[in-house]
Design a protein around this ligand. Sequence first.
Ligand SMILES: Nc1ncnc2c1ncn2[C@@H]1O[C@H](COP(=O)(O)OP(=O)(O)O)[C@@H](O)[C@H]1O
Ligand SMILES: [Mg+2]
Length: 332
Amino acid sequence: MSAAEQPAAVLEVREVTKRYGHGRRDTLRALDGVDLTLHRGEILALVGESGSGKSTLAKILAGSTSQTSGQVLCDGVEITARRHSTARRRIQMVFQDPYSSLNPRMTVRSALSEVLRVHRVVPREQIAEELSRLMSLVGLDDSALDAYPSQFSGGQRQRIAIARALAVRPDILIADEPVSALDVSVQATILDLFESLRSELGLSVLFIAHNLAVVQHLADRIAVMYLGRIAEVAQTDTLFASPEHPYTQALIASVPRMRPRDLEQPPALDGEPPSPIHLPTGCRFNPRCAYAQPTCLIDEPALERVAEGHSVACWFAGQLQQAPTKQSEEFA
Ligand SMILES: Nc1ncnc2c1ncn2[C@@H]1O[C@H](COP(=O)(O)OP(=O)(O)O)[C@@H](O)[C@H]1O
Ligand SMILES: [Mg+2]
């Protein structure tokens, strides 16, 4: 792909860190040098275990907390505190718990009308029409407008929360585990909604999940996060067909129907991730890695490009994929 054909970056995260103080000396490194790019019009999934820093990154992108260091760029312009009000409207969040963005005492009509008025999205006389447009975008009838959040099912409530996010006409949605609290049967309908919003509105979506299976059919690309860093990023097909990072391989292997053919005996992922207060030296994945070598205990691997659109943070990227069991014997 030539430079001219590169998809445009709508959001860029560069070397972003976020530290939380924990007592006098201990610092919790929630994000520890994250690089990530969201392209215009794509659905990029961010996947990782609980505690890997996904929500922290989402909050930084949405402007509800600030990074300790590093940059966030929106259309190539750094988002600083001063510029945040404009960027904040362009970037809207959808949370796991829809109640967190809905006022339980207001009907959908009054809550959404207020948003439309405060942000002067449309002239007053067009508010009713705009409310209908929002309901139809999220697949609800106009009758939903006169109900309170508690009167909806979980899936419908998430649709209302999505309508609330769409009301200010953002072009970027950051969705933090928006289906994790829903019944499996309902999850698919909300995933379909994200897909239709992307195609109808041309939205760029960062879709956070703790489970690869959820995003397999939705995401164009997937970024795998481990303990505050990106371990691997690739096109969805590539990630499932040839995962390079042992962590990605283990995540895929944990879903039996997804196991690629050439990963017949993938190493299981044992134990819990280490605490982000006491990170291991070297590669942060080394305590759980079946292939760890002396190098991995000393130096941290950077996220390096292994192919077009495919980057991996592993000293042995490209060498573990073909026959992991044999490799691990050789390494032992
Ligand atoms: N406000 C906070 N103060 C202190 N530690 C925090 C705070 N928010 C998150 N953390 C810690 O940062 C790490 C990343 O958390 P989070 O971003 O919520 O991860 P995820 O969304 O992937 O589960 C965790 O170890 C968490 O305990
Ligand atoms: Mg989270």
